[in-house]
Ligand binder design. Sequence first.
Ligand SMILES: [Zn+2]
Length: 182
Amino acid sequence: MHALTEKYRHYWQQIGLSEAEIERRRLPLFAEAMELKTAERSPDGREFLLTPAAAAAWKRMKAAASADGAEIHIVSAYRSVERQVQLIAAKLAGKQTLDAVLRILAPPGCSEHHTGRAIDVATGTVRPLDAEFDTTHAFEWLVKHAANFGFTLSFPENNPFGYVYEPWHWCYGESGFGKAGS
Ligand SMILES: [Zn+2]
């Protein structure tokens, strides 16, 4: 039995999710980041945390994008497993079904955001966390250049994990999703 399965099982129970469903979707489990640094602060003072390496890579990438006239900023970075449970519970309380919620939010333990290497990126011209992001200059810039800074898109269209297309979600370093299903 995977040590993380042991660790996360009670979180799945809290939201009424079966372990069989995690296995059926072949979702990789992620450990929470051990060390975090501030990658960025939003204008309203919210702090976005990433691992030291990912935070440094983000700062380099943002500066390079800016030099090319592409504005990018973070709207989500590190997220604890506990926080993931809260987010899902809030949506369930809003009368959404678990299935619907889990197309948008990963089950607790299954979010790349736990690693402190994943970011949701936004740009000024469109609403954050909207597929329309892929029509922006910022997205076009990321597709061309993000790999040079170690970032890759985790959920392209028709990804095998049952998540919606997320042009805004990028991960620094090896994505755990690359290995899923193998
Ligand atoms: Zn994300």
